[in-house]
Design a protein around this ligand. Structure first.
Ligand SMILES: Nc1ncnc2c1ncn2[C@@H]1O[C@H](COP(=O)(O)OP(=O)(O)O)[C@@H](O)[C@H]1O
Ligand SMILES: [Mg+2]
Length: 586
């Protein structure tokens, strides 16, 4: 005990749990015990897997509802370390899995914490907190787990023996139960057990993909969406792409939209969105302006013959109107007033509308060509109804003037939601809305600017499920997301998070049993993640598959070393850039 914390075997076996005789009794005759250990070594003296798989590595000490304390035999852990089976070699480490015998069933647990024994009672072992994930039956011949299921019906008694979970066990545990699923990578620490996500549960309850910059979020998002498209060629996915990085990843499979071809009619905006674009004032002036805009907007919409057919319309009804009508109505209303300060609000709104109409950057939305009632075509094309072999729309909003980007995202998101609400009685066609840089659009209170996009996305997070709208949020700053949004996500895919605040937020949103995996998050490598929640049978650590270069998003990391070591064609490059800059189009 005193010699640097090392424990001698004899000391260890003084305790009943590590006593050879007892171990023999529990594991059954013919299985190894300490005394015949030599017989289970390969010619070089290394213990073989079978041996490590059969001999216990520790004993249950305390049992509580959630967490159990298991004391590992450090010598056994050391023996397992060199095992050829990667699952066995990892035994006893934080976030490794172990199994515990309870009658005829195996309980599967995940190691959450480890510490060196401090009390005599713990006999110099390694003391682990273990969370239970589920249980399975024992396969007669091999002793492996089979028929694994989530949840625990019988807890172990103190004194129960802990064993390693082998690759064969993990293969059983992570085997698909036959529901439709996509395979995204391999289960850590194995190199070959496929990690699958059950698509109905995954999309049914929203998902979040989190990770610091450079950990591979965008590439993983592409990978997941590509796999979904393969599984569901008639799908309906809308991806909001703030940096235009996904265009290159979905050339073949995506309906690619940006400011050059989006053609989103301004009259699709509801009143709140109109205010964000047309009103420039604040405080009490804004209240006055909003009032005027509401009145005039309604009159403009009412001029459409669609309105006559429908009868009652509101400022929010997506009925086409002419911007020139709106300006004229503002002008007329202003004319009815006595000259003086009363006309200032009208003038303010008019000026802003005229400014936008004349600005080429706003043409994708405010062009005179967009007055016709093209709502059917617009929705069909954006929501992929029908998909026509391209089940995903990539909407690159990088060219949208920054003042209205959030409004454009709000309109698109709200259209997804409203469409789903009004299509409730139709045969349901669920739509998946994926949002990159989600913290920009659904920010927490500290960063909130009160814009409509946050409200619409929060609403989808809360109510979308009922109407068949699924939300996929991607962000590197989970702590900047609005309160509660993360906990609405049924499945969380967490890549490495370097920031402690972010880690804490994700931890709070993860289910209790996933804590052991959670602690691995700061130490994940690039392209690795922890998946937990509805989409998977039990939490797992996954190494993502390598994604084909043609299917990857455009990475925006320039190589300084490479670019700064070559020269040539600068004049033409500046010329081209200036041209785009002046024309304000790419
Ligand atoms: N599954 C993968 N297959 C191939 N390359 C990947 C994979 N995941 C990440 N990468 C590479 O890692 C780099 C960073 O990935 P990226 O998705 O841009 O990270 P993030 O979006 O988190 O900043 C990119 O150069 C990308 O090509
Ligand atoms: Mg990215």
């Amino acid at each position: 005990m005193a010699d640097g914390g090392k424990v001698s075997m004899s000391e260890m076996s003084r305790h009943a749990a590590f006593d050879p005789a007892r171990s023999e009794a529990v594991t059954g005759p013919g299985q190894s015990s300490r005394d015949d250990r030599q017989a289970n070594c390969d010619p070089t003296g290394n213990p073989v897997s079978l041996d490590n798989a059969r001999r216990p590595i520790g004993v249950v000490r305390d049992v509580a509802g959630g967490t159990t304390i298991v004391v590992f035999d450090p010598e056994r852990l050391h023996e397992c370390l060199s095992d050829a089976d990667p699952a066995i070699a990892m035994s006893g480490q934080v976030s490794s899995q172990i199994k515990i015998r309870v009658g005829n069933t195996w309980l599967l647990g995940v190691v959450r914490t480890l510490r060196q024994a401090t009390t005599a009672e713990e006999h110099g072992g390694v003391v682990a907190e273990v969370d239970f994930m589920g249980e399975g039956d024992t396969e007669r011949l091999t002793g492996n787990i089979y028929g694994f299921r989530r949840g625990v019906t019988r807890y172990p008694m103190p004194g129960a023996l802990a064993h390693v979970a082998t690759r064969a066990d993990l293969a059983q545990i992570y085997a698909s139960d036959g529901r439709p699923n996509i395979s995204i990578g391999t289960v850590h620490p194995t190199k070959d057990i496929r990690a699958g996500i059950y698509i109905d549960s995954f999309l049914g309850k929203h998902f979040a993909l989190l990770g610091s910059t450079g950990t591979g979020k965008s590439t993983s998002a592409s990978l997941i969406l590509h796999r979904i498209c393969e599984l569901a060629p008639q799908g309906h996915i809308v991806m909001i792409d703030p940096h235009g990085e996904y265009i290159s990843a979905f050339r073949d499979r995506g309906n690619l939209l940006d400011v050059s071809n989006l053609q989103m009619p301004y009259w699709l905006m509801n009143f709140e969105e109109h205010c964000e674009v047309f009103l420039t004032s604040s405080g009490s002036d804004r209240v006055v302006d909003a009032d005027i805009l509401a009145r005039c907007l309604q009159q403009s919409r009412a001029k459409n013959r669609l309105a006559a057919a429908i009868g009652k319309i509101t400022v929010d009804s997506p009925i086409p109107y002419l911007l020139s009508d709106l300006v004229n109505i503002l002008q007329n209303e202003m004319g009815k007033l006595d000259k003086g300060t009363g006309s200032i609000p009208y003038q303010r709104i008019k000026t802003k509308i005229e400014e936008i109409r004349g600005d080429p950057r706003y043409q994708f939305m405010f062009s005179g060509m967009l007055v016709a009632d093209c709502m059917t075509d617009f929705l069909a094309q954006v929501f992929r109804l029908p998909a026509n072999g391209k089940p995903i729309s990539i909407i690159d909003v990088s060219g949208v003037p920054s003042e209205i980007t959030s409004t454009v995202v709000a309109v698109l998101s709200r259209l997804v939601f409203d469409f789903a609400v009004w299509a409730r009685d139709e045969e349901t066609r669920p739509i998946l809305l994926v949002c990159e840089e989600a913290h920009r659009y659904v920010p927490n209170e500290r960063n909130a600017d009160g814009s409509s996009v946050g409200r619409v996305l929060s609403r989808i997070a809360k109510e979308g499920r009922k109407y068949g709208v699924s939300l996929g949020l991607i962000t590197q700053r989970p702590s900047d997301l609005a309160e509660g949004v993360l906990s609405q996500c049924g499945t969380i895919i967490a890549m490495r998070l370097n920031n402690e605040r972010d880690q804490a937020h994700v931890r709070a949103a993860m289910p209790e049993g996933a804590r052991g995996f959670m602690d691995a998050i700061p130490a994940l490598r690039n392209r690795e993640c922890v998946v937990c929640g509805e989409g998977v049978s039990i939490p797992m650590r996954v190494s993502f598959d390598d994604l084909d270069a043609a299917l990857r998003p455009a990475s925006d990391d320039p190589s300084f070393a490479a670019q700064w070591s070559k020269s040539g064609g600068e004049d033409a490059m500046i010329e081209r850039t200036l041209q785009r800059w002046r024309a304000q189009s790419r």
